[in-house]
Write a protein that binds this ligand. Structure first.
Ligand code: MTE
Ligand code: MO
Length: 398
C-alpha cells in the first residue's frame, strides 16, 4: 500500500484523523477521464453531480453523467490480481475472482437509485453552515446494476443469517493512514431475498466505470449511497458493526441543537434506509420562464428509501395554499418493499397573473411518509438527510 503526499484526502475526516506522510507517488495519478458536463463539487478527491438540466431527462442516468462521490483517490486495480475475499472471525472463508463470481452464480439485474446521504445539503446550509460537501440536488442517479446476489455468495461460503449481525464491505481505496474505505449493513438486509443486495460488475450494460467501483461494487438498494461500497475488496461477516470512520463517525443524524463538539457519535445509529425526498429539476432557481396557456411546466424527481415507492408528488406556487398533483412520467413497476428506483414527474401548473413565483414540491411514499416543510427543524451539523420541501423561485415572462 502506498503512503501519500501531504494531503487531507477526505473532506469528512476530522483534522485529527489524518496524518502527514511524505512520498513522491501521486495518489491521484490513476483518476479516470470525466465528462466535462459533470458539475465538480471537489476535485481531489473527485466529487461531482449531474447537471440539473439533464438529471430528469432520463429515467436511467447515463454512466458518464452519474454523480461521483469519492472519499479517496481512485485505486489502481489490475483485474489479473483481483479477487474478492470473504472473512469471518479473522478466517478467510471464500475467495472469488470476477470470472468465478460470473460463472458460479446466477446473474441478476436490478434498477436502483443511488443517492448520497448529503444530497441537497446546500439547501440546509442556507439555514446555518454545516460540515460537508456542498451538494445541490443532483447527488442522485438511477442505473441498471448487474451482478450476483450477495445472499447467494454468502450462502455458498456457509454463512447463516442467525449466527451473525453485520456484513462489512471494504474497498481497496486507501486513506492517508493506509486504511480502506469501509462500512457495514445489518445481516438481514444482506441475506433477505427481498433485500436485493447485489455484487455488481455492470452498470447500464457495461463494465463498471472506474469512478463507480470497477471491477466490483456492492449495491444495497434503498439505503444511503455510503453503504454501496465501490472497488470492493473484502466482505467480513461479524457480530459487530464496521469500526471504520464512515460507519462510526460519519453518516449519522443529530438533533438541530447539537454541533460537532457536543455530538456523541456512539449514541446515533448509522443512516441506512433513506427518508422520502424530491426536487424540482426544471426550471431552476432564477430562471425566466415563459408562461403558456397561463401555466408553466415543472419537472423533477422523487424517491424514497427502504423499497418504498412514490405514490404522489404535490406542487404549489402559492406557498402551499393550493397544491396540484404532478403526473408521473417514469416509474418502475416493482412493488414495495422492493421498489428501488426514483419516480420522474412533470406538471403544467397554473401561475395566475404573477410576475414571479416560488415553486414548492413534496413527495409522499407508499408508507404515507412525506417531507418536512422546512430545514429549521431538521438541521443537523453534518447536513445529511436534507429532504425538506424543495423551493425554486422563478421570474415569469409572457
Ligand atoms: N466506496 C468506496 N470504496 N469509496 C468511497 O469513497 N463513497 C460512497 C459509496 N461507496 C465511496 C464508496 C458514497 S458516500 C457514495 S454516496 C457512493 O459510493 C457514490 O457512488 P457513485 O460515486 O458511484 O455515485
Ligand atoms: Mo455519500
Amino acid at each position: 500500500m502506498s503512503k501519500y503526499l501531504n494531503i487531507i484526502t477526505s473532506c469528512n475526516l476530522d483534522k485529527n484523523d489524518t496524518v502527514t506522510v511524505t512520498d513522491l507517488e501521486n495518489p491521484y495519478g490513476k483518476e479516470p477521464k470525466r465528462h466535462v458536463a459533470l458539475k465538480t463539487v471537489n476535485s481531489q478527491p473527485f466529487n461531482a453531480e449531474t447537471p440539473i438540466s439533464l438529471l430528469c431527462e432520463n429515467f436511467i442516468t447515463p454512466n458518464d453523467l452519474f454523480y461521483v462521490r469519492n472519499h479517496l483517490p481512485v485505486p489502481d486495480v489490475n483485474l489479473k490480481d483481483y479477487a474478492l475475499e470473504i472473512e469471518t472471525n479473522d478466517k478467510l472463508v471464500g475467495k472469488f475472482t470476477l470470472d468465478q463470481l460470473k460463472q458460479d452464480f446466477p446473474t441478476v439485474s436490478i434498477v436502483a437509485t443511488l443517492m448520497c446521504a448529503g444530497n441537497r445539503r446546500s439547501d440546509m446550509t442556507k439555514i446555518k453552515a454545516v460540515k460537508g460537501l456542498n451538494w445541490g440536488p443532483c447527488a442522485i442517479g438511477t442505473a441498471t446494476w448487474t451482478g450476483v446476489r450477495l445472499r447467494d455468495v454468502l450462502k455458498r461460503v456457509g454463512i447463516k443469517e442467525d449466527e451473525f449481525k453485520h456484513v462489512h464491505f471494504e474497498g481497496i481505496d486507501y486513506d492517508v493512514t493506509g486504511s480502506q474505505y469501509g462500512t457495514s449493513i445489518p445481516i438481514w438486509k444482506a441475506m433477505d431475498k427481498r433485500g436485493d443486495v447485489i455484487l455488481a460488475y455492470e452498470m447500464n450494460g457495461v463494465s463498471l466505470p472506474l469512478d463507480h467501483g470497477y471491477p466490483l461494487r456492492v449495491v444495497v438498494p434503498g439505503v444511503a449511497g455510503a453503504r454501496n461500497v465501490k472497488w470492493l475488496g473484502k466482505i467480513i461477516i461479524s457480530n459487530e458493526e464496521s469500526q471504520s470512520h464512515w460507519q462510526q463517525n460519519d453518516y449519522k443524524g443529530f438533533s438541530p441543537s447539537i454541533d460537532y463538539d457536543t455530538a456523541d457519535f456512539t449514541k446515533a445509529p448509522p443512516i441506512q434506509e433513506m427518508p422520502v425526498i424530491s426536487a424540482i429539476c426544471q426550471p431552476t432557481h432564477g430562471d425566466v420562464v415563459t408562461v403558456m396557456n397561463d401555466r408553466i411546466r415543472v419537472k423533477g424527481y422523487a424517491w424514497s428509501g427502504g423499497g418504498q415507492k412514490i405514490i404522489r408528488v404535490d406542487v404549489s406556487v402559492d406557498q402551499g395554499k393550493t397544491w396540484y398533483v404532478a403526473d408521473f412520467t417514469a416509474q418502475d413497476t416493482a412493488e414495495p418493499p422492493r421498489h428501488w428506483a426514483w419516480t420522474l414527474w412533470s406538471l403544467d401548473i397554473p401561475v395566475g397573473d404573477n410576475q414571479e413565483v416560488e415553486i414548492w414540491c413534496k413527495a409522499v411514499d407508499s408508507s404515507y411518509n412525506t417531507q418536512p416543510e422546512n430545514f429549521q427543524n431538521i438541521w443537523n451539523f453534518r447536513g445529511v438527510l436534507s429532504n425538506a420541501y424543495h423551493k425554486v423561485r422563478v421570474q415569469l415572462s409572457r
